[in-house]
Design a protein around this ligand. Sequence first.
Ligand code: ADP
Ligand code: PEP
Ligand code: MN
Length: 565
Amino acid sequence: MVLGRQSPYTTPHILHKNYAQASDDQFASKLIGSDLEYFSQAGFDMDRIHLKRNAPVAQLYEDAIRNEGAILSSSGALINFSGKKTGRSPKDKRIVYEDTSKDEIWWGSVNIKMDEHTFEINRERAIDYLNTRENVYVFDGYAGWDPKYRIKVRVICARAYHALFMNNMLIRPTEEELANFGDPDFIIYNAGQFPANRFTKGMSSTTSVEINFKRMEMVILGTEYAGEMKKGVFSVMHYLQPVKFGQLSLHSSANVGMEKGDVTLFFGLSGTGKTTLSADPHRLLIGDDEHVWSDTGVFNIEGGCYAKCINLSQEKEPEIFNAIRFGSILENVVYDPASRTPDYDDVSITENTRCAYPIEYIPNAQIPCLVERQPSNIIMLTCDAFGVLPPVSKLTADQASYHFLAGYTSKTPGTEDGVLEPIPTFSTCYSAPFIVLHPGRYAEMLADRMSKHNVSCWLINTGWTGGKFGTGKRCPLSYTRRIVDAVHSGELLNAEYENFGVFGLQIPTKVEGVPREVLNPALAWADKEAFEREVRKLAGMFQKAFTLYEGDVQESVRDAGPKLE
Ligand SMILES: Nc1ncnc2c1ncn2[C@@H]1O[C@H](COP(=O)(O)OP(=O)(O)O)[C@@H](O)[C@H]1O
Ligand SMILES: C=C(OP(=O)(O)O)C(=O)O
Ligand SMILES: [Mn+2]
């Protein structure tokens, strides 16, 4: 029997009778009769396709290499290519306008409406496409490490690469959990190789990424970028956690001190350093990207991490570098054909090169990925392209609410389709592309929890220092790490502070190991007038961006922003 020898995480269930050997077949039918029914009812052509459910990692490797042009790298990771789209497509992401969720959703600029009928058409198109494939992969796993708040997710896709990606990114069920999986709570139909029909009402391109909260389904057409799936799961949790469970979903990483057990959350849009800074040799990693702050503590939504590989080195980011081995997926990374060694400095395919690995590949992972303890520190990561914000400042409760709602940062090249250089942006809740409810709902829950548990809050600029990008340079990672260490050791709590101009931020006058002129950007700019001009320009941008939320917050929060008298 094949099963006994598999890893505890993956169990091969081959659903199709023509494909499997007799013993597998008997076994499969015993376990998953109701699933077979589900697939037939959904329109899958069970006489034609081979369904491979939770296939072993090695088998997914074989299929990806044989059928999809994947490459085995020298470290044992699998190098895959996502084709034309190498980042997310936010302009093609839609939410279905339907009676169960329409009054909850924030139909602001990010959530584009799709009607129910168009969803049905695209869903059918995805299933029709999957029916033309020889292999259809199914991965069943969980989102959310706390059993009270987790959901069951099913991914149905045509590429072994996508199945392996979600095997790494979801929480892998045990054999027993898989056998008793039952009906999923959320299903992703990924037919990314096949385009959307541009003549379908409501389509604006051949790419379509859509979520239906009534059906609890997601359909992907016309993009093979795997990150769409994990962020789709996040969007669902960003809706379900506050609305159904009363818990706060966070676009953040999280870790916990080995000695003190203190928990830190790192908020930040893509590229600001959530993954890099949460991998810390002195702390246990809870997760690198998506969490829930519940009544009882903090839990990770995912079972893996999705790190950026650009300029990755063993020396600067050893935990991540060493996680790139058998089972890990490298995405759009160029390799040396002779040695099959990845070249992380080569960005000729994209700057958004990635690696997805199971969280247990990080030596200091906290498994299960949850803590029954409330956070002590919140770090809001921003990547300031103007080089005016200090690398660290201490925020008051009102400033924390203000900056969380404003969400000032930059979009990192490559993470979204069409973004070629750092673009300053106000990404509310540091998660605008994934926001589902009105930002004020998340902000209010955050403020309540922060005050109830007396959490300290820090604004950390991992972006440019001492000038605009092109002239200044990005804050060296070693300084940011030193600052994060100073947050954790308590050094910053007891430091001396000075006021930072129109922003009214409190900045420490001294952090061991970080030069004074780095701590205070006013000292780093040679041209003082230019500095003042840029500060005022950025302050004006904040004020304009914040008008969206002014009516929803109390006066003290409104007052916590930059002032331009
Ligand atoms: N000061 C810094 N702090 C954090 N990351 C930095 C810094 N300087 C450069 N980087 C680089 O920026 C990228 C941050 O990406 P990542 O941690 O994946 O962000 P996120 O997880 O928030 O999307 C990494 O490639 C990292 O090496
Ligand atoms: C996968 C993503 O997340 P992050 O860059 O925050 O890791 C993304 O934004 O596409
Ligand atoms: Mn990340």
